[in-house]
Unconditional design. Structure first.
Ligand code: XMP
Length: 533
């Protein structure tokens, strides 16, 4: 396995992720572990290499961390990244100076010295025949003098020592960030280190992660009871399946059904978790409560606040019942927090990362309920969570579902929310999604559901005139929305085939009595948003 020592960079978990992608087990530990801890950790011979992460700190700040000296005495390869390079240089006798200006962004790095790490890895070659890499840089300090035994491995115009290596001891270091995707060859470089230089075996798979995570959950929880808020979304579902695998009936899921879910969604969640996984799930049918609170409210922000607030209230009531059973009461609250949530909230493990913005998933509830927090997915990225879900036996259709907002249909029914509207919308939306899943694009062989990032139907509470058979109709309108996006910050409307739109429109108007007109939303984000409210 590979040990990653975390100096508090926002992207440390990306290093772990790249190592996992190379099918090698990695563990992230804080940089201030002791020499004894490191020696003990390496004792069984499974440790193949160490990676020192970046940090936002400077080597010259008073409180700055160093790598435990033992790291350099174990006889295993070490890779320093950014701050990790600087501390390696500093600790092994080189020189680091505070840069006069921060370097942040793309840089072209020239590989030097034919090292094992960068050999034959290049994005392009200059006219003079130098191999060049396009990399991502983010640093203030830089190494200005190589430690004894090291040679130059890479340089840029503004950073003459952008990489260094002591190949006899297998110590390598780069000033740039190979773990981010902006560094095009980053994956190849990290693979070279882990598989080539460290000689780690690429035999780690998601199933191993399950075994490790199950063991960790059992260790953490012991024989205590755990509660989890199940929403039907990917993260809470995967967390529930994983925890259930670990502790079975010690887990109770609370599924608050606010009545604003998609067609049959509540039953599907129950069927999945109770019918198939045999997990304990308390389904709270709170649709009347929510609809009551939403009556006569048409402002989008007010609606969101009501739905979010009620959700917490109902969940807390259920949780209170489960915790108030004395010694037998629940002691843990499990959440499907994933790594991007952790980064957003600035809660990265090392307590050193800087807060960017707080996230709804993290903090708050556990303290109010007097519960300890269990977050088994907090080191994983979304696509890894999906892979884990499939490996745990959740249906791929569920795990690869488009995102669905917490307030559900509450923000897809414009203005006041009524049960009648929700029922019409659910049926129309189910037809749209069914046809997206049916229609295959010939060129790519993929369905239009997979070719779109998010697709749904919006209910417009206006009536228009139509004709059906011999009669006049005066019914509601729906809008179809389908977008393509990589990050949901910007999005293009999808150019769905006319044949697909025609089929969907025909089916909705014929099958959903009460809707007589279907429109297609051709607005991009920005200036429109993906949801209508
Ligand atoms: P917008 O409409 O802001 O949506 O372009 C971007 C993405 O966020 C989802 N979304 C939400 N998700 N609670 C959520 O959990 C919300 O209140 C919410 N509002 C929007 C939206 O579905 C899209 O994927």
């Amino acid at each position: 396995k590979i040990l990653i020592l975390d100096f508090g960079s926002q992207v440390t978990q990306l290093i772990a992720r790249r190592v996992r992608e190379a099918h090698v087990l990695s563990e992230v530990h804080p940089c201030d572990v002791t020499d004894d801890w490191i020696r003990d950790y390496a004792k069984d011979g499974h440790l193949k290499g160490v990676i020192l992460s970046g940090s936002h700190a400077s080597v010259y700040e008073e409180s700055t961390d160093k790598a435990p000296e033992a790291v350099f005495q174990l006889g295993v390869p070490v890779l320093g990244i950014c701050y990790g390079m600087q501390t390696m240089a500093h600790q092994l006798g080189g020189k680091v100076e505070s840069g006069h200006k921060r370097e942040f962004g793309f840089a072209a790095v020239r590989a030097r010295g034919h090292t094992e790490l960068l050999r034959d890895i290049a994005d392009f070659t200059t006219d003079e025949g130098h191999g060049m890499l396009n990399v991502w840089m983010s640093h203030g300090d830089k190494v200005t003098e190589l430690p004894p035994g090291f040679k130059l491995m890479a340089s840029t115009e503004s950073c003459p020592i952008a990489g260094m290596a002591d190949e006899a001891r297998h110590f390598y270091a780069v000033q740039f960030h190979p773990e981010v995707t902006h560094t095009q060859q980053g994956k190849a470089i990290l693979e070279r280190f882990v598989l080539g230089i460290c000689g780690a075996k690429p035999d780690w798979i998601m199933r191993d992660h399950i075994a490790e995570a199950v063991e960790a959950i059992r260790q953490q929880v012991g024989d205590e009871e755990v509660i989890l808020g199940l929403s039907g979304g990917v993260d809470s579902s995967v967390a529930a399946a994983l925890i259930h695998r670990a502790i079975g009936d010690q887990l109770t899921c609370v599924f608050v059904d606010h009545g604003l879910l998609r067609l049959d969604e509540g039953d599907m969640v129950m069927d999945m978790f109770v019918g198939q996984l045999h997990a304990k799930v308390i389904r709270v049918d709170a649709s009347e409560l929510f609809l009551g609170k939403l009556a006569a409210v048409s402002d989008p922000e007010a609606k969101r606040k009501i739905i979010g607030g009620e959700f917490v209230t109902v969940f807390k009531q259920e949780a209170a019942k489960l915790t108030s059973q004395g010694a037998k009461g629940a002691k843990w609250l499990a959440q499907g927090t994933i790594y991007p949530d952790v980064i957003e909230s600035g809660g990265a493990k090392s307590k050193k990362a800087v807060t960017i913005k707080s996230h709804h998933n993290v903090g708050g509830l556990p303290e109010q309920l007097g519960l300890k927090l269990l977050e088994p997915l907090r080191d994983l990225f979304k696509d890894e969570v999906r892979e884990l879900g499939v490996a745990l036996g959740l249906p791929p259709e569920m795990v690869y579902r488009h995102p669905f907002p917490g307030p559900g249909l509450g923000v897809r029914i414009l203005g006041e929310v009524k049960k009648e509207y929700a029922d019409l919308l659910r049926r129309a939306d189910a037809i749209f999604i069914e046809e997206l899943r049916n229609f295959v694009d010939k060129e790519s062989g993929k369905t239009w559901y997979d070719l779109t990032s998010q697709a749904f139907t919006v209910f417009l509470p206006v009536k228009s005139v139509g004709v059906m058979g011999d009669g006049r109709t005066y019914d509601y309108v729906v809008a179809l929305r389908a977008v393509q996006t990589s990050d949901f910050m910007t999005a293009d409307w999808a150019e769905l085939p006319y044949a697909l739109l025609k089929k969907v429109s025909g089916r909705i108007i014929n099958e959903v009595r009460g809707i007589n007109r279907v429109t297609y939303d051709v607005s991009s984000k920005p200036p429109a948003t993906i949801e209508w409210e």
